[in-house]
Design a protein around this ligand. Sequence first.
Ligand code: PPE
Length: 306
Amino acid sequence: MQTTEFIWFDGKLMPWDQAHVHVLSHSLHYGSAIFEGIRAYACTNGESAIFRLADHCKRMVNSAKIVRLAIPYNAKSLEEACLEVVRANKLSQGYIRPLSFVGYGEMGVYPGNNPVQTIIACWPWGAYLGPEALEQGISIKTSTFTRSHVNANMTKAKSAGNYINSILAKIEAKEDGYDEAVMLDASGYVSEATGENVFIVRKGVIKTTPLTSILEGITRDSIIRIARDLGYEIVEQLFTRDELYSADEAFLCGTAAELTPIREVDHRIIGEGHRGPVTKSIQDEFFKIAKGEDPKYAEWLTYYKV
Ligand code: PPE
């Protein structure tokens, strides 16, 4: 991992190597943390920009509310802190990871009066699923693990505990020779991948899972708008694994994974077996927007100088 110099820790910039917590921190034992993943891009005008910063910070505040974590920050102050940490680290492009967790105090599931702490780290991070994945696409497996039921682990919260489900699916997929896993929801419909939302293109219509058993992805929301603006028909509708198998194109999206085509699912080749034309046109537009090349989407970018 490429480190940077400072981590923002409850309002102060600390040297990367000194940002420690106690091993008896509540969140380490029980998964009671919430986090965000945000990308910054180096733009064509020579500045940098954080992609949809306000929306990520709003989601962080909502995640905290859902899991009853009393963070002492509002979305605006989290935005300012993210900007402070990328500037301090002179990070022109990369990934930003805010995390709030329950710290050291009493042991036991009840978080009680243990302190709630917040850090924001950032570092350079290339293509999440490998540089060739963005063009060639990836292979995925339908997981044997069901995505958490909406009334068990609430999936609208980006909470650490939710990721046990993802980790199990990811390990299984990697050990079975696949790049990534897609999980079905409790009713058997396609839900999401371990760290990405899912889209298919079938008979000229783009389809993505509705906001039932999934994280409300900010990349997903961006793609819905981009696809509409490009003139595609796009619907939020449940679909089955065989609909995915017989899709003309399919792709995953997320902050880390950006827009990654799916080449193969459970040994079924999707479409032509490589990135399809609809996927490419949305992906091209997505990267143009992230680099500040399309003024129509200027409100998605928060510029800063390093
Ligand atoms: N679903 C899940 C389960 C998920 O973790 C992510 C993001 C998404 C959908 C897409 O959400 P968004 O980033 O807002 O478009 N996953 C983050 C974590 C990746 C990691 O390995 O850590 C991310 O992409 O930053």
